[in-house]
Design a protein around this ligand. Structure first.
Ligand SMILES: Nc1ncnc2c1ncn2[C@@H]1O[C@H](COP(=O)(O)OP(=O)(O)OP(=O)(O)O)[C@@H](O)[C@H]1O
Ligand SMILES: [Mg+2]
Length: 398
């Protein structure tokens, strides 16, 4: 059983805003900055994705936060406090870090890997063990695997352990550098969904690096599109970036340009929607969890519907911890779209509602599927969308 103390540590209060203030990095005596006067504010509890071409400075920008790379100029504040004023070794332990190659210690068991930072911080044995057990459960790993070595786990399981290890000491900030880059597409999708569910519960401030725009759009509350030299081309919500790319570089990167205009000529019904895992009031939550575990689930949260299959809201991880599905879901429904809506308006509704996805209803108000910013982004990137359109339609503005 986790102690009171450990349970408290998981509350959402343990997240801090991160502010880059003209943070600059020049490696060695290079005259060109790898990251040039980066200024960016990441609100506490949000996922900020840094996305951009290889070598544009994403990893450098991220590593300046925990000072595994030392800044040349400028500053980074965590919860208002400069990282420069912090002891670098201590700072490193207080910030969760997940790297692409996972980096588990091969000769330590899974449990010992997860306990690494608490041990460094001098936690008592019982507290460390309780926290380790709690995290193994949180990431959905069989407790028996705790005694195995990393090589005895699948890539996806190892990746989960990497996330658990980074979360172990309840960090104020999480740095995740292409955390799912080495995983096959099907498992990557599953890990992304798992992480989003976990994040809805733990509410960490997360810096997430990827070079995949679709992953950025799926995972980010905000996205910083970076260009060569660590300059931010645009910093906005996923929907804003799709609707109104700041310049040609961003347009090219999201594959928008002409395809965006095509959205004005399409209806929601013209695109393949996602199927929502449905949940009914009073249904055992075990049944809903079983649905979520299925590999073809694309929406990370279950949609609560009434007996007529009319959407009521989204269930959270907390809702799912009860025995039966509650009548009042944790999260409001958000925008409800209609199959006949014009795609560009649907995207605008998502933008307005600051939502990553929304339920789509048919004429009777029954659930017809789910439209996500990710579906639109994939559509914009597809060759089909890039074909020239005859109708002249203006560029949408926010
Ligand atoms: N230790 C280093 N010494 C010198 N130059 C470096 C060092 N690390 C990175 N660089 C240079 O700084 C620039 C930014 O590198 P960085 O690793 O931050 O890019 P990135 O956006 O993370 O790229 P990728 O997507 O390939 O991981 C690159 O030009 C790189 O060559
Ligand atoms: Mg990198």
């Amino acid at each position: 059983m986790p102690s009171e103390e450990v349970t408290d540590e998981r509350s959402n209060s343990g997240a801090s805003a991160v502010r880059y203030e003209g943070a600059t990095k020049r490696y060695g005596d290079s005259s060109v900055a790898a990251v040039d006067a980066l200024t960016l504010e990441i609100p506490a509890g949000e996922i900020c994705v840094l996305v951009g071409p290889s070598g544009c400075g994403k990893t450098t920008a991220m590593r300046m936060v925990n000072r595994t790379v030392e800044m040349s100029e400028g500053d980074i504040l965590i919860g208002g406090e400069s990282v420069r004023d912090r002891d670098a070794a201590r700072l490193r332990r207080e910030i969760g870090y997940v790297i692409q190659q996972i980096g588990l210690f091969p000769h330590r068991t899974i449990a010992q890997n997860i306990a690494a930072v608490p041990q460094l911080l001098g936690w008592k044995k019982e507290r460390t063990e309780a926290r380790t057990a709690e995290l193994i459960e949180l990431i959905g790993l069989d407790p028996e695997l705790g005694g195995r070595y990393p090589a005895q786990l699948s890539g996806g399981q190892q990746q989960r352990v990497g996330v658990a290890r980074a979360l172990a000491a309840d960090p104020l900030v999480m740095l995740m550098d292409e955390p799912f880059g080495a995983i096959d597409p099907i498992n990557r999708e599953r890990l992304q969904n798992e992480f989003l569910r976990l994040q809805a519960e733990i509410g960490k401030t997360v810096l997430f690096v990827t070079h995949d725009i679709d992953e950025a759009i799926k995972m980010g509350d905000r996205i910083a599109v970076m260009r060569e030299g660590g300059k931010v081309a645009q910093y906005a919500t996923p929907a804003e970036i799709l609707m109104d790319p700041a310049d040609e570089f961003v347009e090219d990167f999201v594959g928008a340009d002409r395809a965006l205009k095509r959205l004005a000529l399409m209806r929601v019904a013209d695109i393949d929607l996602w199927k929502a895992p449905l949940a009914y009031v009073g249904q055992p939550t075990a049944e809903v969890r079983a649905k979520l575990a299925s590999p073809d689930v694309e929406v990370p949260y279950p949609l609560l519907v009434d007996s007529e299959r009319r959407p009521l809201g989204w269930l959270s991880e907390r809702d799912l911890r009860a025995d039966v599905v509650p009548s009042r879901p944790d999260s409001p429904l958000g925008p409800l779209l209609d199959r006949d809506d014009v795609m560009r308006d649907a995207l605008a509704d998502l933008l307005q509602g600051e939502a990553q996805y929304a339920a789509v209803a048919d004429h009777q108000g029954r659930i017809a599927g789910v439209l996500s910013v990710e579906i639109i982004s994939e559509f914009l990137g597809s060759p089909e969308a890039k074909t020239e359109e005859h109708g002249a339609v203006e560029r949408p503005h926010g």
